[in-house]
Design a protein around this ligand. Structure first.
Ligand code: NAD
Ligand code: IPM
Ligand code: MN
Length: 353
């Protein structure tokens, strides 16, 4: 098997965590006999600096021609107040590749409950999947921006809701079989449409249990009862907010990876954290979320489940063994942690052979 992977390191800690992910992909490629080739392209703030735009045409063309795209992170104070923001490149890329489904798995690993700021008994067994709609809603509606008045428009169509709901129900089938659809149907028209469409899609999945929860109540319930959730299905902005909240339940925003998938083209795989300008360039970033995203790239992007499992097992083992990065209370650097995961991948693969 051979695959072309486009790396978009981006800004801040993006290049540091991208290097970490690449190291692990190279290790698993060598171990499993996958021929992975890598290319890098400017994106985000780095795209603005190099080409005057956050998503240069050449970067988009390379993304379309690749088998999977890996993104570090974009944004930072250097580009605040500019004509165009680095984040616009990310939204443009998601839209251009049709990546409507964003999967954000959150798992509190057995024995690692103490990473969480919550008491161990509260988070034990938490294993949830946030399925976030990624190309609609407030992010992409008509926008007006004036000095005295501004507006953002939230639009959802039946088709947009229906296709993301199907993704959530399919995912639930391979898990604990429960979907919680999160909306604000007591206020928003888009949420009432959302709820009705999700009910319709649910008819095709009688084996999956569905409930609906208002987003404010869900945000509250996630803290005392994270283990009660299985699949959380929600719209773009709610999913953005709830996934940062869920990440910290597992211990750190630096732990979570994500997969953004569409209708068959290359997927985009990225940690959920941002460019962390406060720790950029200091080798302090936790690369676990990026490494977890590399595993998702193998599983969902390249259909290489065994290689994905090798990465996940090695990452989990290194999180148990330590030393950890500073966000988890340790003193390891980003590169050293990634180096240990990569070495363990090679060792585990050799043992299994
Ligand atoms: P952030 O996620 O960058 O940082 C929030 C906090 O978490 C900071 O204290 C940071 O140091 C810490 N943190 C984040 N990732 C970490 C990691 N891997 N290891 C250890 N600590 C980590 O969020 P922010 O500060 O709100 O945003 C900074 C910039 O990143 C903004 O420009 C924002 O738009 C952008 N952003 C980009 C993405 C993306 O590229 N996908 C995602 C979120 C935010
Ligand atoms: C994320 C980020 C992005 C989002 C920003 C940078 C546009 O926060 O991937 O979670 O809001 O989707
Ligand atoms: Mn976010």
């Amino acid at each position: 098997m051979s695959a072309r992977i486009l790396l978009l390191p981006g800004d801040g800690i993006g290049p540091e965590v991208t290097k970490a992910a690449r190291l692990c992909l190279e290790a698993v490629g060598a171990a499993c006999g996958l021929s992975l080739s890598f290319e890098e392209a400017p994106f985000g703030g780095a795209g603005i600096d190099a080409c005057g735009e956050p998503l240069p045409a050449e970067t988009l063309a390379k993304a379309r021609a690749s088998d999977a795209v890996f993104l570090g992170a974009v944004g930072g104070p250097a580009w605040d107040g500019g004509a165009v923001r680095p984040e616009a490149g990310l939204l443009g890329l998601r839209k251009a590749l049709g990546l409507f489904a964003n999967l954000r798995p959150v798992k509190v690993m057995a024995g690692l409950e103490d990473f969480s700021p919550l008491r161990a008994e509260r988070v034990r067994g938490a294993d949830l999947l946030i399925v976030r709609e990624l190309t609609g809603g407030l992010y992409f509606g008509a926008r007006e921006e004036g000095r005295e008045r501004a507006s953002d428009t939230c639009v959802y169509t039946r088709d947009e809701v229906s296709r993301i709901a199907s993704v959530a129900f399919e995912a639930a089938r391979g898990r604990s079989g429960r979907v919680t659809s999160v909306d604000k149907a007591n206020v928003l028209a888009t949420s009432r449409l959302w709820r009705a469409v999700v009910e319709d899609v649910a008819k095709d999945y009688p084996d999956v249990a569905l409930d609906h929860q208002l987003v404010d109540s869900c945000a509250m319930a996630l803290v005392p009862h994270p283990a009660r959730f299985d699949v959380i299905l929600t719209e773009n902005l709610f999913g953005d907010i709830l996934s940062d909240e869920a990440a910290v339940i597992a211990g750190s925003i630096g732990l979570l990876g994500s997969a953004s998938l569409g209708a068959g083209g290359p997927g985009l795989f990225e940690p959920i954290h941002g460019s962390a300008p406060d720790i950029a360039g200091q080798d302090k970033a936790n690369p676990a979320g990026a490494i977890a995203s590399a595993a998702l790239l193998l599983r969902h992007g390249l259909r290489e489940a065994r290689a994905a499992e090798l990465i996940e097992a090695a990452l989990e083992a290194e999180l148990r063994a330590g030393p950890l990065t500073a966000d988890l209370g340790g003193s390891s650097g980003c590169a050293a942690f990634a180096g240990r995961v990569a070495a363990r991948i090679a060792k585990d693969a050799a043992r299994a052979a």
